[in-house]
Design a protein around this ligand. Structure first.
Ligand SMILES: Cc1cc2nc3c(=O)[nH]c(=O)nc-3n(C[C@H](O)[C@H](O)[C@H](O)COP(=O)(O)OP(=O)(O)OC[C@H]3O[C@@H](n4cnc5c(N)ncnc54)[C@H](O)[C@@H]3O)c2cc1C
Length: 554
């Protein structure tokens, strides 16, 4: 089946069947719900108005963590859930969720001091049931300065070393969608819910617009329950059901600089007033983030501004790393996202004070899931599907006996059959034996696709030019573009370069140099005309411009 034929078949299925559940939103939350529902035997469909993970789920700090700072607010349950999900995801997706060592320095003028931090970390380790790859350690100033030489020495008391995990948020979402698809879910990106359809006051389906064929008439997807999993758009979709608003969005920005400009050996936790900012090593790059400010404009317009860059560099990073003297010209790329936080009951002093808990609001035929974290998506999804099952059982007078969630046992597709981190390393070694696949590419493929990596190597063996790198500095190869179109529903150039092969974030030129090559490959697979090809390239350049908006204001 070509990509166009596969899409046409999905559209026919969506229009032709009545589903138990229609999930609106293909971020991590909606993807998790669709996967869990399908695994329990419910019939389920999934639509997203853009690409999967094009909302918040590709804009997070990409940490799978318990959230150490929630301990300050005594949110023990949140930390317990987060650290335990972390342990599960390390097992179910070792190719995507990897341990990372964090360093939290303590300075004499700061509170809490080293002793209290150490106690906090014991609680953190205990709440994770000691599942962290290594228990935390406390180190004194002298040793700390050797471990992280660029760090501010003045007033340094010591620090704590501990572990959390790093992931690729967009890929984690995509793999969750892929698994839902493997379980029979018709999942369609670029399909927008424009209206909810009610019968006798109950939502019974949604009118969906095929965003790729705007002239086509909207079509009806019938479902016993519609799940609103649209993150920052939750209120907009709730309005379609005449439900009141519940969100107060907060903007968070990340900056990427060359690792040579800020060489770090650990993820460093920089405390700033009542919040923390991370610097995270990302192979050839260093990521700095995030901000946390209330935001009330259209979610689509969120971008990094000059003030965000100044705050992250001047106020925080240059203070903790005084010799780095980073300036706006050092910023290679940025990303900005919105936390879909729940409106606090009372006025919160700052966005950082708003709880990261999630909430499920269930009306007959219409369920909203909002708030929460990437880390806890599997658990949130299980709770949502429990609520759906309860509704469906009532609707069918208890006729259905649906099994409890078992996503805690099922690996994500790339994690299937891998024996943990040693398995990923072994796979990389095996792939590197293939002629034309060097060690860096093999490692990159194994830690991106896991057990699916041999599919990519197969493409490279069949068509050797596909082994060509997209950027000489990075291990991304042309075969990934083909695979994104043929196996991962990529439709636009930025679906590929923004999320599946993210040169937008990683390449020094944000992928502008490789765009023509990638687009030509996509054009051949998707039968683009010369005009369409030109439009895709222009749209990608415009996207890059948005990520550089902060430069204009300066
Ligand atoms: C700066 C920042 C840092 C973060 N860091 C972390 C972290 O390190 N660790 C962690 O665990 N969590 C983190 N989070 C939180 C986490 O990223 C979010 O909780 C999570 O990604 C939300 O996912 P979602 O699926 O609910 O929303 P989204 O990913 O935004 O998905 C919603 C989807 O709904 C679609 N949609 C909207 N309207 C419609 C419609 N009418 N029809 C069809 N589809 C529609 C959108 O296109 C979108 O794809 C962070 C968040 C931010 C902003």
């Amino acid at each position: 089946l070509t990509a166009a034929e596969a899409r046409a078949a999905l559209l026919r299925r969506l229009e032709g069947e009545t589903f138990d559940v229609l999930v609106v939103g293909g971020g991590i939350t909606g993807a998790g719900v669709a996967r869990d529902a399908a695994l329990r035997g419910l019939t389920c469909a999934l639509v997203d108005k853009g690409d999967y993970a094009s909302g918040t789920s590709s804009k997070s700090s990409k940490l799978i963590h318990g959230g150490l700072r929630y301990l300050e607010h005594a949110q023990f349950r949140l930390v317990f859930e987060g650290t335990n999900e972390r342990a599960l995801l390390m097992r179910l997706a070792p190719h995507l969720v990897r341990p990372l060592e964090f360093l939290m320095p303590a300075y004499r003028h700061q509170k809490p001091g080293l002793f209290v931090l150490d106690c906090g970390l014991w609680i953190y380790d205990a709440l994770s049931k000691f599942s962290s790859p290594k228990l935390h350690r406390t180190v004194r100033a002298e040793r700390l300065s050797k471990l992280e030489p660029g760090l501010l020495k003045e007033g340094l008391e010591g620090g704590i070393l501990y572990y959390d995990c790093m992931t690729d948020d967009a890929r984690l979402t995509l793999e969750t969608v892929l698994d839902a698809r493997a379980l029979g879910v018709p999942a369609l990106n670029y399909a927008r819910v424009a209206r909810l359809v009610k019968q006798a006051g109950r939502v019974v389906g949604a009118e969906v617009v095929d965003v790729l064929a705007p002239d086509a008439r909207p079509f009806l997807v019938r479902a016993k329950v519609v799940v609103n999993a649209t993150g920052p758009w939750s209120d907009a979709v709730r309005r379609l059901a005449d439900e009141p608003s519940i969100l107060s969005a907060s903007k968070g920005v990340h900056l990427i600089v060359d690792a040579a400009r800020l060489p770090i050996r650990h993820a460093v936790v920089m405390r700033e007033r009542n919040r923390v900012v991370f610097t995270i090593p990302w192979s050839d790059r260093t990521v700095i983030g995030t901000t946390d400010t209330f935001y009330n404009q259209a979610p689509e317009d969120v971008a990094c501004d000059a003030a965000d860059v100044e705050y992250l560099l001047e106020r925080v990073t240059n203070h903790y790393f005084p010799d780095a003297r980073l300036g706006p010209d050092d910023v290679l790329a940025t990303w900005a996202g919105l936390r879909p936080l729940l409106k606090p009951a009372s006025q919160a002093a700052s966005a950082s004070d708003v709880s990261r808990e999630h909430e499920i609001l269930s009306r007959p035929g219409f369920v909203t899931i909002a708030g929460g974290k990437l880390t806890t998506y599997r658990r949130m999804a299980a709770e949502v599907v429990d609520a759906l099952v309860a509704q469906l059982a009532v609707a069918q007078r208890g006729a259905t006996a649906v099994a409890p969630s078992h996503t805690e046992e099922r690996p994500l597709p790339g994690g299937a059959g891998l024996d943990g981190y040693a398995g990923v390393a072994r796979l990389a070694e095996e792939l590197a034996q293939t002629p034309g696949v060097d060690a860096a590419v093999a490692k990159h493929l194994a830690s991106t696709y896991g057990a699916r990596a041999p599919e990519l190597v197969g493409l490279m063996r069949e068509t050797p030019p596909l082994a060509e790198r997209l950027d000489p500095e990075l291990a991304y190869v042309l075969a990934q573009v083909d695979h994104a179109v043929e196996s991962e529903q990529a439709v636009h150039l930025d679906d590929v370069l923004g999320r599946r092969v993210p040169l937008l974030l990683r390449a020094r030129d944000q992928g502008l140099g490789a765009a023509a090559k990638a687009a030509a490959r996509m054009a051949a697979r998707l039968a683009w005309s010369a005009d369409e090809l030109a439009r895709e390239l222009a749209a990608y350049r415009a996207l890059v411009d948005v990520t550089r908006r902060f430069r204009r204001a300066g």
